[in-house]
Design a protein around this ligand. Structure first.
Ligand code: AMP
Length: 362
């Protein structure tokens, strides 16, 4: 590991692509370190715009706006994985883009992602690429049913996927899912879903937070509970796999890795997906870690040493979706840390905030 001589000093300007709650929380963490942030987002109502005076409202393919943004910042990061490849390339030619464009390319496409993971001997669900209905039929022959048919790109919160239970489901699901191509995954008989948020900095230092056990409701993350109820060996293995991924990608920043835990005498792990950004299942770190995932990401992209991710309490993070945000402040107690995103319009299924409930100090 080499000493990084190019650490950016306090007062530097960090460019953030994307103005949602993750961009907002990154901006707040950067402010705490004496940094300034410039948010780039096409949506004029972005919640991240509330926390910094520096913003660009423009499309991701507006080259004049992108060039001015690159000129105004010292380093560029992002809060979502669907940054168009051309945008990433355009910006990376002008200022350091961290994480790099390769992390976007791999995580934007489920097939590329699974191919990359498998090439590093990291277990993923058996799967087949599907471009035609005939290929879907052949994939069902190979993988059996039930199986999960997914778009390879632009899926999130369960959008862009259908569970196929019998062959009669195949044609309709194939017709409905866009954009093509698709991927058919064998149905994984998991009993839990966990995730690990891991960080790597410019010098190659790697630190992982403890694993979180995640429960979804209507395909949206509902709770992350830490510690996860899994054997210590499984948790260590998950952290090891997450570290292999960031090293293999020569990654700089925080990355979320979602795993299925498959029951057995020795439970095994499969990676479901990776996200090249701070992750909803890492919000608990705000309440109980000396360095939370947002500060860790900012430190990494600045070329700073990473902070200690050690956990000081057992905790449950609960997302506040739609009008659940209205329970705050009524149901707060001294053990509950609220974080609301400042979104002016409440919509069903919209993530409005989260709370971290301290269960027990450790
Ligand atoms: P994804 O968008 O890939 O994260 O999938 C959303 C959710 O669907 C996951 O968190 C799982 O609960 C479920 N799921 C996705 N893929 C599979 C699979 N191959 N087998 C079983 N369940 C799955």
């Amino acid at each position: 590991m080499t000493q990084d001589l190019s650490a950016l000093p306090p007062g530097s300007m960090i460019g953030i692509l994307g103005g949602g709650q993750l961009g907002r929380m990154l901006s707040l963490a950067a402010s705490k370190l004496g940094m300034r942030t410039h948010i780039y987002c096409p949506d004029p109502n972005s919640p991240a715009f509330e926390v910094t005076p520096h913003k660009t409202v423009a499309a991701y393919d507006d080259e004049a706006a992108l060039a001015a943004f690159a000129d105004a910042v010292d380093v560029i990061t992002y809060e979502f994985e669907n940054v168009p490849a051309a945008t990433a390339e355009f910006l990376a030619a002008r200022k350091p883009l961290r994480p790099g464009a390769n992390a976007l390319a791999v995580s934007q496409d489920r097939l590329a992602e699974k191919g990359f993971l498998a090439s590093k001997n990291i277990p993923v669900a058996p799967h087949r690429a599907v471009e035609t209905l005939a290929e879907l039929e052949a994939a069902i022959d190979a993988l059996g049913l039930p199986a999960v048919l997914k778009t390879t790109r632009l899926g999130y919160d369960g959008k862009g996927q259908r569970v196929l239970r019998d062959r009669a489901d195949a044609a309709a699901a194939f017709a409905e899912l866009e954009p093509k191509p698709l991927v058919l995954e064998a149905f994984v008989p998991f009993d839990k879903e966990i995730s690990v948020v891991v960080a790597r900095n410019v010098s190659g230092e790697v630190r992982a937070f403890d694993a979180a056990e995640n429960v979804h409701r209507h395909h949206i993350l509902f709770t992350s509970t830490v510690p996860a109820d899994i054997p210590p060996g499984v948790e260590k293995h998950a952290a090891m796999l997450a570290k292999v991924i960031v090293v293999a990608l020569d990654y700089v920043g925080v990355l979320g890795v979602e795993f299925f835990v498959i029951p057995g005498d020795r439970p095994s792990l499969m990676v479901n997906e990776i996200a090249p950004r701070v992750h909803n299942s890492g919000h608990w770190t705000e309440a109980v870690c000396l360095t939370d995932q947002f500060e860790q990401h900012i430190r990494a992209v600045l070329g700073w040493p990473l902070g200690d991710p050690a956990r000081m309490a057992d905790v449950v993070m609960e997302n506040l979706v739609g009008d659940e945000v209205l329970i705050v402040p009524g149901q707060l107690d001294g053990n509950t840390q609220p974080h609301l995103y400042g979104k002016t319009e409440i919509r069903p299924a919209r993530k409005m905030g989260h709370v971290n409930r301290i269960v027990r100090r450790v």
